[in-house]
Each structure stands twice: as C-alpha cells, then as structure tokens.
Write a protein that binds this ligand. Structure first.
Ligand SMILES: [Zn+2]
Ligand SMILES: [Zn+2]
Length: 104
C-alpha cells in the first residue's frame, strides 16, 4: 500500500470518527492531553507523548459538556434535535436550559 493511499484512508477514518463522534463507549475509555492533544486510555494519569498530567475528565465527558446530549441514554446529538434518535427522549427542554446557561 502506498503512503498516499494510507493518508487517504486516515483522512476518511478521521472524518467518519468526527461524524460519528467516536460513539460514547469508545470516548469513555479515552482522555485527550490538554498539552499535546494525544489520546490516552482513561485509566492513565500522565500523557505518553509529553508526560504532562492528563485531565480527570474523559473525552466523552468533555464532549458531552460542549454538546447537547440525551439525559436518558447519554447519546450526544446535534443541537437541532428535538428527540433522542436512540431512545426517543424529548430533548427540547434540555436545549432551552443550555441556552439559558449561555454559550461560550
Ligand atoms: Zn501530552
Ligand atoms: Zn436517549
């Protein structure tokens, strides 16, 4: 396989991971280093890449704090969703609560 082909595959993989948001299960097992951006398993406390202390929150918690998510099943959804696509929970009130809290 050529380097070009590998690069392409990597980009496709990145894009689909972004699109699917990794999925909550995978994200709960990961932390991202605030210093270098490297991923580490959530059970580790220091970054393998740069040796700095990792944040306590997993990638999922970080992601959830910045996005709208279902209070029932914790699926992260688009801000425009009114119902959870996984379990059907009404999300409108949650969206309003977030809006009241103010955006960054
Ligand atoms: Zn790091
Ligand atoms: Zn749900």
């Amino acid at each position: 396989m050529t380097a070009e082909r590998l690069e392409h595959l990597d980009r496709v993989r990145q894009e689909s991971m972004d699109f699917y948001g990794f999925g909550p299960r995978a994200m709960r097992r990961l932390k991202v280093c605030a210093h270098c951006g490297a991923m580490s398993p959530s059970c580790e406390w220091f970054c393998r890449q740069c040796g700095k202390r990792l944040p306590r929150d997993t990638l999922f918690q970080l992601y959830k704090s910045r996005h709208k998510s279902c209070p029932t099943c914790e699926t992260v959804v688009a801000a425009s969703y009114h119902y959870c696509p996984q379990c059907g929970t009404v999300l409108e009130r949650l969206g309003e609560a977030l809006a009241e809290g103010g955006e960054e």
